[in-house]
Design a protein around this ligand. Structure first.
Ligand code: GDP
Length: 617
């Protein structure tokens, strides 16, 4: 430890950078965090976890001690006071580090399992990091599982690589190259840190093993190095208080506690503060400040200075929204202005939900709502904090799942009642629903989907929609399709018409066909009498996305005149199903439309061309 200290020369103008860990489930986020914190929470017992505050300061002395051997060759002077790591890995906690459009996370660690490569949540995390312009390093984890790997416990990666056989090195490099290629597809030009010439443009890869500790010294040295080199202004201490609420808990016998991240400035016991709740801004007092190094003392500390994580006990703070700012009210503070500011913070969530949809989208909304009677079609979404709600809404938006209503915190009866509109479905993220409420939901036909991983919610929701469709008590309807005539397959031009068509969508025997006509009544060309695929002689009752021969039974007018191909319509015309209103579209097609982005895009195209309301002849 003494030796480690020779590399430390604190610069009192700098604060500790805030560091988040993101990545896919099982990539090793918790294990990496534990290695960095030197605690054993992952293996840990409940007792350890309850003591946990939302952020832990890893002191620079500890970092110096851990990196002493690798730093012998770098001779790098550590100046920051430490690294403040956010204790809950994952993009939900990253999202709670919100500050007006940007993030409080100074540097992130993206954990990628070298054997699995990029997975769902890795990609989600990359998008999130890119959208918030957060610099990150990539921990390419589980190198100890490369076939034939000889582990050297806690060693710098290069020392570890030296003892491997040539085959093992090749195997490792092959795997790393594959991940680099996958990252490139996400616009990430990742380079192994020991070859990286431009850390600003190219995120560094650090091969690690959270189990053997290999590569962890490299990671621990790289974080301060990058922070000191590139974060200069960002991590220069400021006097103004910048404090965010990360988690809100109600603790037995203590009352409501707030886990906060104090980035800059200081907080004192007794300070008057303003907090954001879903019902508006409230003012209260800081009764107690608990700090992680000092959790045993119930009286806590008198004062803390940023950057640090702490737990605050404040009266009446239980409705505080995680992810919002805590403001200190001093003698000179303009409380009215501050309240407005707090209000804006709160509104940013509500507005998030009322996002505008254009005309087509709005109609599509009608067509896709499971129960057209629902007042505001969509799912009810409920999450534990503002940040996680935002992250969830973002993801639902990308997945094209319409949101009808929202809530924060554990759901109550009102929330269940809200969910009985629209899709009759509640998506619960990281919140608890009581058994009596479950019963109420069940009685009102509301399905509850609860999960701790965002994309599991989306998957389960789609699954639910498919199941509902299959067991469906829904009416039959007409399936959307767009068909074009293949001139080389015109077999018979009139009564009946037999032509080859390319069908985009779902066509059934009996479907009524029309040809759109600009500015006049659409031409009714008859109903589908028979279908067979071009590549098979067997008759079909329905086809999807296929080349077909169809028989059309055309209508006759009073004079006996019928529709003739070549005279009344030609190969230049597109053929659509005859629809009077969006409700004519088969319900399972509407459901299917929820299935994937492609399907939805297809239906949107269909409806756009269709103009939705078919002109009556
Ligand atoms: P998280 O879901 O991303 O937080 O992943 P965890 O840290 O919980 O790790 C998931 C599993 O992978 C656990 O069984 C870990 O012991 C294991 N694991 C994590 N890192 C490594 C590693 O570097 N090497 C090996 N062999 N196993 C690892």
């Amino acid at each position: 430890r003494k030796e480690g200290n020779t590399y430390v020369k604190l610069d009192s103008s700098l604060r500790s950078p805030v560091c988040c860990v993101l990545g896919h489930v099982d990539a090793g986020k918790t294990s990496i965090l534990d290695r960095i914190r030197r605690s054993r929470v992952a293996a840990g017992e409940a007792g350890g976890i309850t003591q946990q505050i939302a952020a832990t300061l890893v002191s620079i002395e500890d970092i110096a001690a851990e990196t002493v051997s690798i730093n012998r060759s770098h001779n790098f002077t550590l100046k920051i006071p430490g690294i403040l790591v956010i204790d809950t890995p994952g993009h939900e906690s990253f999202s709670n580090l919100r500050t007006r459009g940007s993030t409080l996370c100074d540097v992130a660690i993206l954990v990628v399992d070298i054997h699995s490569g990029l997975q769902m949540q890795t990609i989600e995390s990359i998008k999130l990091l890119q959208s918030k312009r957060a610099p990150f390093v990539i921990a390419l984890n589980k190198v100890d599982r490369v076939y034939g790997w000889k582990s050297v416990t806690n060693s710098p990666f290069k020392d570890s690589l030296k003892v491997q056989t040539e085959e093992v090195v090749q195997e490792f490099e092959k795997k790393m190259e594959a991940v680099i290629a996958e990252l490139a597809m996400q616009q990430v030009n990742a380079v192994p840190y020991y070859k990286n010439k431009d850390f600003r443009k190219c995120p560094a890869i650090v091969p690690t093993s959270a189990v053997t500790g290999e590569g962890i010294p490299d990671l621990l040295l790289l974080l301060p190095l990058l922070s000191q080199k590139f974060l200069g202004d960002r991590i220069t201490k400021r006097d103004t208080v910048e404090c965010n609420v990360l988690e809100v808990k109600v603790q037995d016998g203590v009352g409501s506690t707030l886990d906060v991240l104090l980035l800059n400035g200081s907080l004192n016991r007794g300070d008057k503060v303003m907090l954001c709740t879903l019902n508006g801004a409230i003012t209260t007092k800081i009764q107690t400040i608990l700090e992680s190094s000092n959790m045993k003392s119930t009286s806590g500390v008198q004062r803390i200075e940023g950057a640090i994580g702490a737990r605050l006990i404040c009266k009446g703070a239980e409705k505080t929204l995680a992810g919002t700012e805590l403001h200190v009210i001093g003698p000179k503070t303009n409380e009215v202005e501050l309240k407005k500011k707090a209000r804006r913070d709160i509104d940013s969530v509500t507005n998030f939900c009322n996002r505008p949809v254009d005309h087509v989208e709005a109609e599509l909304e009608t067509a896709t709502s499971y129960l057209s009677s629902g007042s505001n079609g969509g799912v009810h979404v409920q999450a534990s904090s503002l940040g996680s709600l935002e992250a969830l809404l973002d993801f639902l938006k990308v997945s094209d799942i319409p949101v009808g209503s929202i809530g924060i915190g554990d759901p109550n009866k009102k929330d269940v009642m809200k969910s009985s509109n629209g899709y009759k479905c509640m998506l619960l993220f990281d919140v608890h629903i009581s058994n009596p409420l479950r019963k109420i939901a069940e009685d009102s036909g509301v399905t509850i989907i609860a999960a701790d991983v965002i994309y599991h919610l989306c998957d389960e929701f789609r699954q639910l929609m498919r199941t509902r469709q299959m067991t469906g008590e829904e009416q039959r309807g007409i399936y959307p399709f767009i068909a074009t005539v293949m001139e080389e397959y015109v077999m018979k031009k009139a009564d009946p018409i037999i032509i080859g068509m390319h069908v985009d969508g779902y066509l059934r025997v009996g479907a009524p066909l029309v040809v759109p006509r600009q500015g006049q009544a659409w031409l009714n060309i008859g109903t589908v009498g028979a279908i067979r695929r071009l590549d098979s002689p067997a008759p079909m009752t329905s086809v999807q996305d296929a080349l077909v021969l169809i028989k059309i039974d055309p209508p006759k007018d009073k004079t006996g005149r019928t529709v003739i191909f070549g005279r009344d319509f030609t190969a230049l015309d597109q053929i659509y199903p005859k629809l009077k209103s969006p409700n004519d579209i088969a319900t399972d097609a509407r459901m299917q439309n929820l299935g994937t982005k492609e399907e939805k895009a297809w239906l949107r195209k269909f409806m756009k061309v269709y103009g939705f309301l078919v002109k009556e002849e």
